[in-house]
Design a protein around this ligand. Structure first.
Ligand SMILES: [Zn+2]
Ligand SMILES: [Zn+2]
Length: 99
């Protein structure tokens, strides 16, 4: 079935998923956009994301809430993203095992 891969259909269903908030877009930088699957339907609040430099995975940090920024007069917030870059706990574990 892999040869019959329909790109358009995939993109469309992907958009639907994003719009229904099952997945959300995480912009790591201009070249890298990741998607996260919301496992819990209750976790719809704004949260920070962690990008691992070792395994290139993005994790939702539901426990890290994003503060509403205090903006100068005349500026209004639409979206605030928070990406923390570093090494995730799984890659840290691997490091310890190797040493
Ligand atoms: Zn990692
Ligand atoms: Zn997330």
């Amino acid at each position: 079935m892999q040869g019959n891969y329909d790109r358009t259909t995939f993109y469309r269903s992907f958009k639907t998923l994003e719009e229904s908030k099952i997945i959300h877009k995480i912009v790591v930088d201009n070249l890298l956009v990741k998607y996260a699957i919301d496992i819990s339907a209750t976790n719809k609040h704004k949260h920070a994301h962690f990008y691992c430099n070792e395994c290139n995975k993005v994790v939702c940090l539901d426990s890290v809430a994003i503060q509403k920024p205090i903006l100068p007069d005349g500026y209004s917030e639409v979206e605030t993203e928070m990406i923390i870059k570093g090494v995730c706990k799984y890659c840290k574990q691997t490091d310890i095992q190797q040493n």
